[in-house]
Ligand binder design. Structure first.
Ligand SMILES: *Cc1c(COP(=O)(O)O)cnc(C)c1O
Length: 446
């Protein structure tokens, strides 16, 4: 008999006997003996090499699974599902949306180069561009009027390597003309990265409009249940070594040992392969396979949730727009929105469920509403099945100057809603209660 310590880690585990010795019998959980219908959670740090050659094959040609930081079957299954939904060639799942944005950018730019981004982007991404990447020698430029392709064209410099925007910007819902910005990027051989978190591939697939790379915070709509964080980078598989190799030399240079370049080995998928082989496993924002699994569970109901949330959001936005306490509603599905024409073109199936509205009564009115609502949850998150409310001026956008906030459509009386799947009358009734409370503060304020 083997010793206890040996047995406590091996006894009767996959393909082993009572002593923990390999029997050569197939692992029932990994073979055709059982056929799980849902993707199993391979919650394991690593994978046994069954043959001597397999080990070298993994470290040489990257074959198979060896260690979860470089790949895991549960995570891979979710990656392939998301790639398919976005119309991409391949995807890489990461520990958070922030990790996805960081890894995507670090695979494209190096010291001395620049990222060109819409100034309306998510505050975490903006902070990365303003505070973190500059310490690595990567600077950022910002386009204020992201809806104007000519503004992007004017802002491109010789060092620019990435154009970055969000398909539905938060907070203002001022939509970009994706295809036109993609044309600007491609005319310079550059990559357009689109954060598609608020739209989801159900409402909009940026790759169909020319985007090269799509990123998501999977913590939001893809998961939907609000119980885990995750992020994903999807690549269109369109890397063209001849047209763009000089701009992205790391993708076309021979490997460290003089072997073939990433582009020679992976062709159009070179960008994503570089992230998978060289960026993500080294910087290390590996997701738990359990979290990947839970995001995968969420994705199975994505269309049902997003269709309902978008339809409810439109009704809520229309209702708010006619209320005397409300100064403005920024929702691209309203025909009063400057983005209405772009919404018709890019978001015909629904305009999303995250938007802002501004109260006449300023911050006191906003506070009264937040404190009065009972169905909406006061928290910083979006895309949840639950409806959420947040006051951006004092929270998500507190690091911006008042002028920057105003340019982003954030005023003292502005509130952001993420509309969930609850029954519409309950949501309207709750906001009605909130607006009544907001009205009281107006009378008290001289
Ligand atoms: C939340 C969010 C992120 C960051 O994602 P995390 O999963 O929170 O790290 C990035 N972009 C957008 C648009 C987001 O809403």
């Amino acid at each position: 008999m083997t010793g206890f310590a040996t047995r406590q880690v091996h006894a009767r585990s996959a393909g082993r006997d009572d002593a923990g010795r390999a029997t050569g019998a197939p692992d029932p959980a990994a073979s055709g003996h059982v056929v799980p219908r849902a993707t199993p959670v391979y919650l394991t740090a690593g994978f046994e090499f069954e043959e001597w050659e397999q080990a070298a094959g993994h470290f040489g040609a990257g074959e198979g699974f060896a260690y979860t930081r470089t790949g895991n079957p549960t995570t891979a299954a979710v990656e392939q599902r998301i790639a398919a939904l976005e119309g991409g060639a391949d995807a890489l799942f990461l520990a958070s949306g922030q990790a996805a944005v960081t890894v995507a950018l670090l695979g494209l730019v190096e010291a001395g180069q620049r990222v060109l981004a819409a100034s309306s982007i998510y505050e975490g991404t903006r902070g990365l561009l303003l505070e973190n990447l500059p310490r690595l020698g990567i600077e950022a430029d910002f386009v204020d009027d992201a809806a104007d392709p000519a503004a992007w064209e004017r802002a491109i410099r010789p060092e620019t390597r990435v154009l970055f925007l969000e398909s539905i910007p938060n907070a203002r819902n001022d939509l970009p003309d994706l295809a036109a910005v993609a044309d600007v990027a491609h005319a310079h051989g550059l990559v357009l990265v689109v954060d598609n978190t608020l739209a989801t591939p159900y409402l909009l697939r940026p790759i169909e409009h020319g985007a090269d790379v799509v990123v998501h915070s999977a913590s939001k709509f893809l998961a939907g249940h609000g119980s885990v964080l995750g992020g994903v980078v999807v690549d269109a598989g369109t890397f063209d070594a001849r047209a763009s190799g000089a701009l992205y030399p790391h993708l076309v240079a021979p490997s460290r040992t003089g072997g073939p370049s990433v582009a020679e080995r992976h062709g159009g998928r070179a960008r994503l392969a570089y992230l998978r082989e060289t960026v993500a496993p080294r910087f290390g924002p590996t997701p738990s396979p359990l979290n990947a699994f839970l995001v995968g569970q969420g994705i199975e109901t994505l269309s049902l949730r997003v269709a309902r949330q978008s339809a409810s959001a439109l009704e809520v936005a229309r209702w708010l727009a006619f209320r005397p306490e409300v100064a403005s509603v920024d929702y691209s599905g309203l025909d009063s929105s400057p983005s209405y024409a772009l919404a018709k073109r890019y978001l015909p199936d629904g305009q999303g469920s995250v938007f802002t509205f501004t109260l006449h009564g300023g911050a006191p009115a906003a506070r009264a509403l937040v404190e009065a609502v009972q169905v909406f949850t006061h928290m910083t998150h979006i895309g949840d099945v639950r409806s959420l409310v947040l006051h951006p001026e004092s929270t998500s956008h507190v690091l911006r100057t008042p002028a920057e906030r105003a340019a982003s459509g954030i005023h003292p009386g502005t509130l952001r809603l993420s509309v969930g799947i609850e029954d519409l009358p309950d949501l309207i009734g709750d906001l009605d209660r909130g607006l009544a409370a907001a009205r009281t503060t107006r009378k008290e304020t001289p």
